[in-house]
Write a protein that binds this ligand. Structure first.
Ligand SMILES: Cc1cc2nc3c(=O)[nH]c(=O)nc-3n(C[C@H](O)[C@H](O)[C@H](O)COP(=O)(O)OP(=O)(O)OC[C@H]3O[C@@H](n4cnc5c(N)ncnc54)[C@H](O)[C@@H]3O)c2cc1C
Length: 461
């Protein structure tokens, strides 16, 4: 009855990476994707002569044996070209400021009141020392570790903004651990030597190596250390996977999986409109939160854990600007932390071909509240851009909106993250809700490395 060795539900980056490692291990693989193209959150497309991505992206952990570089080196037939991310700035009414990366930087940063800066630096140093000596800070919120009775509202906005960009949630839900890792103070990576070894050593991927030094707080050079952007746009990563897929991998788009067939708590296949596909393994890369919709008899404790998964929503506004607008002349990203905070990234500075001759392309990403009306969020966000960059309206050549769920599970203090193994035999999860390390594409790659380990996959090519 078995038709495929594995079926992958969902063709986002985690589903495609899974299909790649399974088919390179000699398996016959079927990928079922509900949309008419694969890639989902990790694609680029054309709008009025501009190449936009699905939101501004910085790809992390690409230099030091991180999970994506491991998968690319081992499984890709060619590597996309990546460019150094550049610098991060804070936008103020007086122009751009560098994001501080050291204790000294926080102390001298002139955009917040001096007394607040001293208190932040003290709290930062204290938490760093605790972290260095082994205290688990994954359940301590950023809000908890700061003396709020004495800090200004402006400082609260500043810290909240950075928490939203690091975890997709507020400072009350963002852990200090996440702030340290995402802020570039400490590094969360697997070591290159481990990555290069054979499959039996993949056990060691479980132990994320914490390379941290209090001294880093004093001399950390760059927030964007180890962050990159694919020169040909986000689509370059998915294109390289598609090119590398062996012929034993088949992709069906426009195919919605409606049910995962189980028998005696074992996954046997999937049901789509009009078809049933059987397989000895199902790799599920759609929302783990939705799993109870596809399998009626999930154990109660597991289903109630999945219900606790938190997500966030983002709105990206892409603006095509004529060359006369004299801003965004840097490579990297900037953050506006006052009312209606956003992260902006001028992607055409990585590759001029993303915009027609003489024009620029900038993406502005806002966290939005799911409870609010999307149209009013769009209006507010657009008006914020007009307010922050006076005169920009006269230079806009193209406007494009995207509303997205950047990660299938936000890493928040009281949220839930699934695991690769599920209580259903032969059913495995991959993607950003199956691992809590790092963010986005890197997190998806971590989950696939875990899948390789669990299934003991050995590449034959
Ligand atoms: C605005 C924005 C900014 C971001 N910034 C960054 C960044 O700076 N750095 C970074 O690393 N990452 C970033 N990310 C996150 C990154 O793009 C995603 O985490 C990653 O692409 C998610 O991959 P995934 O495979 O886990 O999930 P998804 O892309 O969600 O893939 C899941 C797939 O499953 C399919 N599917 C769902 N249900 C079914 C069904 N029933 N049947 C068949 N198919 C189904 C979906 O259509 C989809 O294709 C950002 C994302 C956004 C939106």
């Amino acid at each position: 009855m078995k038709e495929y060795d594995s079926i992958v539900v969902g063709g986002g980056i985690s589903g495609l990476l899974s299909a790649l490692v399974l088919s390179k291990a000699g398996e016959k693989v079927l990928v079922l994707e509900k949309n008419n193209i694969v890639g989902n959150n990790c694609i680029s497309y054309m709008v009025g002569g501009y190449q936009v991505d699905t939101g501004p992206h910085a790809i992390t952990q690409l230099r030091k044996g991180g999970p994506l570089i491991y998968l690319m080196e081992k499984y890709f037939d060619y590597m996309p070209v990546f460019m150094d991310y550049g610098d991060y700035f804070i936008r103020t009414e007086k122009g751009l400021r560098n994001v501080p990366t050291t204790l000294g930087g926080y102390l001298t940063m002139d955009i917040l009141p001096r007394k607040d800066r001293i208190m932040i630096a003290q709290a930062l140093a204290k938490m760093m020392v605790l972290w260095q000596f082994g205290t688990d800070l994954t359940k301590t919120s950023v809000h908890q570790c700061l003396p709020w009775d004495n800090l200004s509202a402006e400082t609260a906005d500043f810290i909240d903004t950075f928490c939203y960009f690091l975890s997709g949630r507020s400072m009350k839900e963002t852990s200090v651990h996440r702030m340290f890792v995402g802020g570039g103070f400490v590094e969360e990576s697997i070591q290159k030597e481990i990555a290069d070894k054979k499959i039996q050593y993949l056990n060691q991927y479980e132990d994320v190596k914490k390379v941290s030094y209090v001294s880093r707080l004093l001399n950390n050079k760059k927030v964007s250390y180890n962050q990159f952007y694919p020169r040909d746009g986000l689509k370059a990563i998915v294109n390289a996977i598609l090119y590398s897929l062996p012929v034993t991998a088949e992709i069906k788009t426009n195919t919605v999986v409606e049910e995962i067939i189980t028998e005696n708590d074992t996954a046997k296949g999937v049901l789509t409109k009009g078809n049933t596909y059987y397989s000895e393994k199902i790799i599920y890369s759609a929302f783990a939160r939705d799993l109870p919709k596809y399998i009626k008899e999930l154990p109660e404790h597991y289903a109630s854990g999945l219900e606790k998964i938190k997500q966030s929503k983002t709105l990206t506004i892409w603006l095509g600007l004529n060359g006369e607008f004299n801003d965004f002349n840097y490579v990297g990203g900037e953050v506006w932390y006052r009312k209606k905070a956003f992260w902006a990234m001028p992607t055409s500075n990585y590759n001029r071909d993303f915009a027609p001759a003489g024009k620029k392309l900038v993406g502005f990403m806002f966290s939005i509240d799911e409870k609010n009306n999307v149209e009013s969020e769009k209006r507010d966000a657009f008006e914020t851009i007009l307010r922050v960059y006076p005169g920009i309206d006269k230079h806009i050549d193209m406007t494009h909106y995207q509303v997205t769920t950047p990660e299938k599970a936000a890493v928040s203090i009281d949220g839930f993250i699934g695991d690769t193994k599920t209580p259903i035999k032969n059913l495995y999860l991959v993607g950003t809700d199956a691992d809590d390390r790092s963010m986005g594409v890197t997190r998806a790659a971590y989950s696939v490395v875990k899948l390789i380990k669990i299934l003991k996959l050995i590449s034959k090519g």
